[in-house]
Design a binder for this molecule. Sequence first.
Ligand code: G3P
Length: 217
Amino acid sequence: MKFFIDTANLNQIREAQDLGVLDGVTTNPSLMAKEGITGRKNILQHYLDICNIVDGDVSAEVVATDFDGIVEEGTELAKLHDQIVVKVPMIKEGVKAIKYFTSKGIKTNCTLVFSAGQALLAAKAGATYVSPFLGRLDDISTDGLNLIEEIRLIYDNYEFETQILAASIRHTMHVINCAKLGADVMTGPLSSIDGLLKHPLTDSGLAKFLEDAKSFI
Ligand code: G3P
């Protein structure tokens, strides 16, 4: 299972990278705005800064919603760095653009996916990644994990190569349950990765080992 971090914060990206388990980064316009990054030039530079910290794929989202606009914006993003994955919303024009990018060998991440039907379309268009937003489904009392399970079944039935990128992860149990269900990738905040480290028996066990080791010195 690949671990992506879902943030545009360079310090958090560095911290996750330093742990040695990071496989990539996902961003979206809200996460970029949260870091106070404005203006096309600064936004493009920020994506480059992220690519220079991590080794893996970095999703950069288009904001155009028409085919020509998505293609123009996505092509510019893809030219920035070979780690860039063009993130495209699950709308009709987006599906057409994903098909176009696929034909040009440009990697894509189909975002804002909330149903199995949408995930099927993304795979048919050849998306590299599909991003079902499980936390946002949970927010409206719908089982987000069930969607991951449905997509896994459909993709396995037809051997689609599109990778399931479980997005809108909020906590460690989302990560663990997505791993059980066979999601290819998870993207979440740093806390969802750090949380996997924690167990009180690890802490108390280490404290006892260190106490007993004092006599060795
Ligand atoms: O990057 C897309 C997705 O992960 C957003 O998550 O927490 O805003 O629902 P969230």
